[in-house]
Design a protein around this ligand. Structure first.
Ligand code: ZN
Length: 138
């Protein structure tokens, strides 16, 4: 039997933030732990640490989860709209493309940062870093 991997976060550190506040603070671009410091230092690059409470974000790797969730949401918004437009209006293909391609791109850009922040908040809540080397997992 394989023992569970050790937590990526050292014992004796601050307790993990509650789930809902961590998600909401992260989605708002604030530190999921304290809600005061900034989570990002660029559009999608997390700050190394929280300037208010010192929670480290550099060790947290959300990898492909935020783009996956973003495309999942955008697809569930744009595709039904496309189907309704096709059913009710039957516009030419160029009009469909001219409307829905930019809509999908803008929605993706609008959602990727809040989704990444919420993902980091979820990872902090769960005490996982997404880095198997740091946690000692396989
Ligand atoms: Zn903080």
């Amino acid at each position: 039997m394989v023992p569970p991997p050790a937590s990526a976060f050292p014992a004796g550190g601050p307790p993990p933030p509650p789930l809902l506040p961590a998600l909401l603070r992260g989605a708002g671009g604030r530190c999921p732990s304290c809600g005061q410091g900034r989570l990002f230092r660029g559009f999608l690059r997390p700050a190394p640490i929280c300037s208010a409470c010192g929670t480290g974000f550099a060790r947290i790797r959300s990898d492909d989860a935020p783009p996956y969730v973003t495309l999942f949401i955008v697809g569930h918004v744009v595709v039904p709209l496309m189907l309704m437009a096709e059913r009710d209006l039957a516009p030419p293909l160029w009009q469909m493309a001219a409307l829905f391609l930019p809509l999908a791109a803008l929605l993706s850009l609008a959602l990727i940062r809040p989704v990444k922040g919420a993902t980091i908040g979820l990872m902090l809540h769960l005490g996982i870093s997404g880095d198997d080397q740091a946690s000692g997992g396989a």
